[in-house]
Design a protein around this ligand. Structure first.
Ligand code: C2O
Ligand code: CU
Length: 457
């Protein structure tokens, strides 16, 4: 019986639009709520959903009341270097002013802390929220909105006997797998349910987990339509029955609850998938140690949509075959190929091109405006979702057994590189000159130093 699994109603975080942000002086405060051992933005978990339109000016005072260093990064947004939440810009108290113009495609972006070595625990304890950008092109499509548009952040947690979440990674979790929890939370609620009408809904999915990868699917293998990825709408919609979503990645999907679900119930699950083994002792060790339950790649429930009988409003339109104009950079214009090797060494843990993060060392120097091909080569035994700040890129190819997945037909800022894979992406560095980072979005890997600086000059 599903009501045993799905016991609590889904919660939707408050929305802050540009008017509300202007009206409140105390805009984005992070504070500790001792009873829950949770860190919260403005007392909300997840943090409030920020909703802005392209062209608007985003101004917010970030107040840090948690008693440790922090700084906020706007994941997927292309902002000036001092607004990007580089770990060198941490503050340990007081406030930091963010002020930038939203100048990019509509899309599902998000925000979270980015202090070096303690991003994992801060995000884990609750600090993350959606940053939704809209624009005219997207509004013209009349996609499901209001009650029919649900931002859903999926996160796994370990919960102790008194019901509190705890963060206590073992050495193998820090160095190998990352921290995997046995409870799956959607918008902060364990395996929630949500009542829906038999009509199309837009689900904006974010994998906000530290380390866990989900293979999004429905219990009955119903198909759904992928319409967007990290950087907004895809050129064309893509039908699928499953979709891998690694930490940091987003997927914008349309689900028609009037169609094909039995017993008025649509169970969103994570379906079994395989993590290619890259052989060797490290591969075996990562399998033996640090596995949360459920294991990475096994099947488990996420949430349930309970489908009612009535439709309040039926003014939805047919999805066009062409969703958006995209101008991906073309390979002929790339001025160079950079190899980004991901390795695992007993002594250092995971490295990028053989090195651990150093705050001010410039690892990759790039000329502003250049188009480059970056080749991520995973020589290690565990998956690495690689994220580049200040850009959106296009995945060109992946060797091995996996093809590009539906979200990879659109703009990306984070790409999953499985053990043994070589993934090529093309990217134009148009952001303002300055220092930004790129890193693995497995937050335990990132905190252990799997991060590097890129400088646009
Ligand atoms: Cu979502 Cu540098 O991170
Ligand atoms: Cu990694």
């Amino acid at each position: 019986n599903n009501s045993d699994i799905y016991r609590y109603p889904l919660q939707l975080p408050d929305t802050l639009n540009s008017d509300q942000l202007r009206a409140s002086r105390d805009n984005l405060t992070i504070a500790e709520q001792y009873t829950l051992e949770a860190l919260q933005f403005n007392g909300s978990l997840p943090g409030p959903t920020i909703r802005m339109k392209r062209g608007e000016q985003f101004q917010v005072q970030f107040h840090n009341d948690i008693g440790q260093e922090s700084i906020i990064h706007w994941h997927g947004m292309i902002v000036p270097p001092d607004m990007d939440g580089h770990p060198k810009d941490v503050i340990s108290e007081g406030s930091y002013s963010y002020d930038f113009k939203i100048n990019q495609r509509a899309g599902t972006y998000w925000y979270h802390p980015h202090p070096h070595r303690i991003t994992g625990p801060q995000v884990y304890r609750g600090l993350a929220g959606f940053f939704i950008v809209t624009d005219d092109e997207e509004e013209a499509l009349n996609l499901p909105s209001g009650d029919y548009e649900l931002p859903l952040v999926i996160q796994d947690r370990k919960i102790d006997d008194s019901g509190n979440i705890y963060y206590d990674p073992s050495m193998p979790e820090r160095m190998m797998t990352g921290y995997l929890g046995e409870h799956i939370l959607v918008n902060g609620v364990p395996n929630p349910y949500h009542e829906v009408q038999p009509r199309p809904y837009r689900l904006r999915l974010l994998n906000g987990s530290n380390a866990r990868i989900y293979n999004i699917a429905f219990r009955d293998d119903n198909s759904f339509t992928v319409i967007g990825s990290d950087g907004g709408l895809l050129p064309q919609p893509v039908e699928t029955t499953e979709l891998l979503l690694a930490p940091g990645e987003r997927a914008d999907i349309l689900v028609d609850f009037s169609n094909g679900f039995s017993n008025n119930s649509a169970e969103l699950i994570s379906k079994t998938f395989s993590v290619p083994s890259n052989g060797g002792m490290m591969g075996n060790m990562s399998q033996m140690m640090g596995q949360g339950s459920p294991e990475q790649g096994s099947e488990f429930p996420l949430m349930e949509f309970r489908i009612g009988n009535e439709i309040n409003s039926s003014n939805f339109v047919d999805l066009p075959q062409q969703l958006s104009e995209v101008n991906f950079p073309i390979e002929d214009n790339a001025v160079r190929t950079r190899s980004i090797e991901l390795n695992m060494e007993m002594m250092t843990g995971h490295t990028i091109n053989g090195r651990l993060f150093e705050m001010l060392r410039v690892d990759e120097k790039i000329t502003q405006g250049d188009t480059e091909i970056w080749e991520f080569i995973n020589n290690s035994a565990v998956p690495h979702p690689m994220h580049i700040h200040a850009v959106q890129f296009k995945v060109l190819s992946r060797n091995g057994n996996r093809d590009l997945i539906p979200t990879e037909t659109g703009w990306k800022d984070t790409v999953l590189v499985m053990p043994g894979e070589r993934v090529r992406v093309i990217v134009t560095f148009d952001a303002l000159k300055g220092l930004y980072v790129f890193h693995c979005h497995n937050l335990e890997h990132e905190d252990a130093g799997m991060m590097a600086n890129l400088e646009i000059t």
